[in-house]
Each structure stands twice: as structure tokens, then as C-alpha cells.
Design a protein around this ligand. Structure first.
Ligand code: UDP
Length: 334
């Protein structure tokens, strides 16, 4: 199996790892990205097409030129706090932008669509672990926009036969184990890269946001999955669709939760010294604990999906990436 695959947002963190996984599986990843967040240097495994997901004419040109067999759609906005302050931006990008890409797929007869969704669609559920039957109840515009997007996908399937796999990510973290790419954003809010940069002295001490949660050590619990495992899941989702599989909505997590403190302990083990940290209030909108039941995805894609996702490996690959000469150059480049 092969052919071109349009990867919107392919210059971003998860998108670029997915491009590497696609290339390894024999596909040609065509990155379509406006570089508002993504990095040109992260596009290494196929052609790059500069463009915005709202630009229908440009999308048509790119689809005409590359004749894709499917689409991986990563292009989106994904910061909870920003979504609360600027919901218009979030619904326009994450819902209207999606419709624009889907309509080009319809016109070009592309019927395999892999979508980046999120565990934020669940809100703050009382029961853990979370399986796909847990009723969605987003608590911020980001989660709401992704839930709406899932509804759009279901309706497009029913009406037009455009099949999708929506992958509800838990916490993506880590970096390419071969050190070729990794996480790098101008505005960084995520625990693992901030902790590693704090260890390296590149950023101030990490702020432990909330020590009064109803969790064993008082800090918030998340399900961390290695970005390369996540990337591989996209390839398997695409194969599922290309071999005639039905639309699915699937959790992508490991099924094991770690607290903020446990993540910082893992970083300290890797570095051989403690992470500089300080106490801080809870971050608005953060649920106390999110842990996936990953059974459905593992049944469809195989249990080896979590092979790179031990916490120590996640932190170790992030540590190696953020201590590379290349990272040092790109960190200070912008
Ligand atoms: N967190 C923290 N300090 C930070 C960044 C994050 O204590 O500087 C906590 C955050 O409250 C959450 C966990 O780390 O409980 C993971 O946050 P992240 O932003 O990485 O992912 P999220 O779960 O928000 O998608």
C-alpha cells in the first residue's frame, strides 16, 4: 500500500512525526501547512506545500497536483486557555477549516480521513478510565470545537460516504527516538518540554499547577503516550480506511495515569538531578485526572501501539531532543 497522503499541519509536532511514520510505511506525505505554528525544518519526508486550510482554491491545486489516497488532518488550534479567550478563532479553525478541507476531499473523491481529536471532548469525567462510551461533555471551547468537528465528520460520512477515524489523543509527549524531530513551539504550555527546558536552564523553574487535586499526591494525573506511537496509530488508521474499514472514534492513550510529580521524578531520573520547580495555583480548565481505556484502539490496531510509551522513554527522548545542538539552534532562532 502506498500513494500520496495530504498531511495538514504536517509541520507541527504530531504531524511531523506522522509524516515520518507514513514515509516509513511506504506513503508519500505531502505537508500542507501555513507555518503559523509549525516549523519548516520539521518537513523532511516529502513535499511541502505552503497553504491555509481555509484556502479552498489552494487546497484544490494541491490535491490536483498530488492525487492523494487519503488525508491526515492535524491543522488546528489546541490551547485551552486561548480557546476560552478567543472562541471565534477556535470554531473558525477547528470546525469551519475542517469543513473546507472535507469539501475538497468530496470534490476530489478522497474518502479516507484521519482526524486529530482530543480527550478534551470528555471534559472532567467522574469515572476513570475513560472509554469511548463515556458521554462527551467538554468544559472549554477547544474541546467543544473538536466534538463539533467529530459531529461534522459523522454527518459527512452519512451523507457523502466520506469515512474517517477520529483519534482522541490523551497527552502526546516525547520526541522521535532517532532524534530527527521533536517538539518546538513559540508558545509552550506543555509539562514535559517545559520541565526539560527548566532542567537545561533554558526556562524558569516549572510551576506545579495545583497540589490540592483529589489524587494520590495532590497533583493532576494524565495519560502520556509517546508521539511516535501516536504517529504510528495514524498510519494504521489510514490503512484501516484504505482497506474499506468503517468510520471509528478511538481513544489514544496508554491506560496508565501519571501525576505531575511522577513526570518530574522521571525527568529527574533521566537528568540525574531534580527539576527546578515551584508551587502554583491550578490552571483554569484543567481536570484533576484523565486516563484512557485504550482497548478499542488496541483491538483494532494491535497492542504494540504503546511500545514506546513508558514514562521514562517519553521523558528520555524529549531530554535527548532538547539537548541536541539542532534544538539549541532552533530554540534561539526565532
Ligand atoms: N502542568 C503543570 N505545569 C506546567 C504545565 C502543565 O503543572 O507548566 C500540568 C497541568 O496542569 C496538567 C499536566 O501538567 O495537569 C499536563 O499538562 P499539559 O499542558 O502538558 O497537557 P494537558 O493535559 O493540559 O493537555
Amino acid at each position: 500500500m502506498g500513494g500520496s497522503v495530504i498531511v495538514t499541519g504536517g509541520a507541527g509536532y504530531i504531524g511531523s512525526h506522522a509524516c515520518k511514520a507514513l514515509a516509513r510505511a511506504g506513503f508519500v506525505p505531502v505537508t500542507y501547512d501555513n507555518l503559523s505554528i509549525g516549523n519548516r525544518w520539521a518537513v523532511r519526508w516529502g513535499p511541502f506545500e505552503l497553504g491555509d486550510i481555509h484556502d479552498s482554491a489552494r487546497l484544490h491545486d494541491v490535491f490536483r497536483a498530488h492525487r492523494p489516497v487519503g488525508v491526515l488532518h492535524f491543522a488546528a488550534l489546541a490551547l485551552v486557555g486561548e480557546s476560552v479567550a478567543a472562541p471565534s478563532l477556535y470554531y473558525r479553525t477547528n470546525v469551519a477549516g475542517l469543513c473546507c478541507v472535507l469539501d475538497v476531499c468530496r470534490a476530489r473523491d478522497v474518502n479516507a480521513f484521519v482526524f486529530s481529536s482530543t480527550c478534551a471532548v470528555y471534559g472532567a469525567p467522574a469515572q476513570l478510565p475513560i472509554d469511548e462510551t463515556t458521554p462527551p461533555a467538554p468544559i472549554n471551547p477547544y474541546g467543544a470545537s473538536k466534538l463539533m468537528a467529530e459531529r461534522v465528520l459523522a454527518d459527512y460520512d452519512a451523507a457523502y460516504g466520506l469515512r474517517h477515524v477520529a483519534l482522541r489523543y490523551f497527552n502526546a509527549a516525547g520526541a522521535d527516538p532517532e532524534g530527527e524531530i521533536g517538539e518546538r513551539r513559540d508558545v509552550e504550555t506543555h509539562l514535559v518540554p517545559l520541565a526539560v527546558d527548566a532542567l537545561a536552564g533554558r526556562r524558569p523553574p516549572i510551576r506545579i499547577m495545583g497540589e490540592d487535586y483529589p489524587t494520590p499526591d495532590g497533583t493532576a494525573v494524565r495519560d502520556y503516550i509517546h508521539v511516535s506511537d501516536l504517529a504510528e496509530a495514524h498510519v494504521r488508521a489510514l490503512r484501516h480506511l484504505l482497506t474499506g474499514g468503517a468510520s471509528r472514534v478511538l481513544n489514544l492513550g496508554v491506560g496508565r495515569g501519571y501525576s505531575v510529580r511522577e513526570v518530574l521524578d522521571a525527568a529527574a531520573r533521566v537528568a540525574g538531578r531534580p527539576v527546578p520547580s515551584e508551587s502554583a495555583p491550578r490552571r483554569p480548565g484543567d481536570p484533576p485526572a484523565l486516563v484512557a481505556d485504550p482497548t478499542a484502539a488496541q483491538t483494532l490496531f494491535g497492542r504494540d501501539l504503546a511500545q514506546r510509551s513508558s514514562l521514562d522513554h517519553i521523558v528520555e527522548t524529549a531530554w535527548r531532543w532538547q539537548n541536541s545542538d539542532f534544538y539549541d539552534r532552533v530554540f534561539f532562532a526565532r
